[in-house]
Design a protein around this ligand. Structure first.
Ligand code: ASP
Ligand code: MG
Length: 418
């Protein structure tokens, strides 16, 4: 079994949906489980619907636009498929009814019931198209397999129950040869049947979950870029493809902020030694990137990860008493409580400095900290991480910039620059 994942950009319109079928024709003999995200920017649009619902505003017009767009793609990609049209129609009617009548009293729970539908719609359309193109395809509701806890919007997987579900719910589809299962990324279900989501951009993680549950031979993420690069081509000239890196390196890169792969994706794959391929759906002949247990190529190419829009905050006790453990634990607690992620930290005798993303939450945190500490901050900074650096690269990078913090370990150099 191979698991394929197609993201929102790959199915943003009928041309994209047709291209999914083209990619699949290259694998006529393979058993495939195909995880699909919501089309294009659907999830963002559904978030607006959820917000409108939460604020008591009418979301019908927003939903009508989504309905028109999805039917437009269905009619192009699978004209005359009455069963698919009625399944899609039914789902839209369900949301309308839900918006009119239902609130669980928990905004996050309501959010998940609404926002999860983008994946349901896209998979109905992709399945219909594959069938129209003469391929076999079985639509599976991911929620029948992926069981989670009740942490809506960031649900955690119940691996044991999900594994039991995979064995029972997928059995009949798995005996069909070759297997062609189409299912949703991003969504799951609680033990009592309520839909959950796994966090934005969670479809990569879903692909890894299915691969883990089915002991797949590999996962391929089909993207609009030819693989993982050592830097963002929009920012750096001469970027290079990382053709082969280890799980460990990929986890480090995504931890520091590389956005190609969702960080949680790699752990389940690493546990079962399932390789991850990142390949281009635009150029499926290109070799792409391989992420697996081997690590011999990791240190050959310096990688750059840039986090813009950072605040560098410096926290000092008012009486200049040393920043000791009690202070630090109180400070950390405030960050955790307000869900502000620390991207970098450094301490001196009397000050503790952190770099965080500049958001409303971090601004509020500053005000909170000011009750007990002297707090200063620098805005408009960027945090640059360089893995496998060499001196010429670092001096080129920092030239003409003010370096506010510099940290180095053997493999990694980090800078807060302004
Ligand atoms: N559709 C979801 C999102 O946009 C999940 C995903 O694309 O991975 O966040
Ligand atoms: Mg998406």
């Amino acid at each position: 079994m191979k698991v394929f994942k197609f993201g929102g950009a790959s199915v943003k319109d009928a041309t994209g949906v047709r291209n999914v079928a083209n990619v699949l024709t290259r694998f006529p003999q393979d058993d495939l489980l195909i995880v699909v995200s919501a089309m294009g920017k659907t999830t963002n649009a559904l978030e607006e619907v959820a917000t409108a619902h939460a604020e008591g505003r009418d979301a019908k017009a927003l939903l009508e636009a989504l309905r028109a767009a999805h039917f437009g793609v269905l009619n192009e990609a699978a004209p005359g498929d009455a069963a698919a049209a009625s399944a899609l129609d039914l789902s839209f009617r369900d949301v309308l009814r839900m918006l009119a009548t239902r609130s669980s009293g928990d905004v996050d729970e309501d959010y998940d019931q609404i926002v999860s539908l983008g994946e349901v719609w896209s998979t109905l359309i992709v399945t219909a198209h594959l069938r129209a193109a003469g391929m076999k395809a079985d639509w599976v509701d991911a929620r029948d397999v992926v069981l989670t806890d009740e942490l809506f919007r960031a649900a955690r997987i119940d691996w044991e129950s999900s594994s039991a579900n995979a064995a029972t719910r997928l059995r009949s589809f798995l005996t069909a040869k070759p297997t062609r299962i189409v299912t949703q990324g991003f969504i799951g279900r609680t033990a009592d049947g309520r839909t959950t989501t796994l966090g934005r951009e969670g479809s990569d993680f879903s692909a890894a979950i299915f691969a883990y549950l089915l002991d797949a031979e590999s996962v391929t993420i089909w993207k609009d870029v030819p693989g993982m690069f050592n830097a963002d081509p929009k920012r750096f000239p001469d970027t290079r493809l990382l053709s082969h890196i280890s799980y460990r390196e990929a986890i480090e890169l995504s931890y520091f902020g590389a956005s190609v792969i969702h960080p949680r994706t790699l752990q389940p794959l690493q546990k079962k030694h399932i390789p991850l391929y990142v390949r281009s759906f635009i150029d499926p002949d290109a070799p792409g990137s391989t992420i697996d247990d081997r690590s011999e190529n990791d240190s050959l190419i310096p990688s750059f990860i840039v986090k813009p829009k950072q605040l560098l905050i410096s926290i000092t006790p008012r009486d200049l008493s040393f920043i000791v453990e009690e202070n630090l634990s109180g400070i950390f607690w405030l960050f955790a409580q307000r869900n502000v992620r620390i991207d970098l930290m450094q301490n001196s005798a009397v000050a503790f400095s952190v770099a965080v993303e500049d958001t409303r939450r971090s601004r509020e945190l500053i005000e909170e900290l000011r009750k007990a500490y002297e707090v200063r901050y620098n805005e408009g900074c960027e945090l640059v991480t360089v893995r496998h650096f060499d001196e010429p690269t670092l001096s080129a990078l920092t030239q003409g910039k003010e370096v506010l913090i510099e940290q180095r370990s053997r493999n990694t150099a980090r800078f807060v620059l302004k």
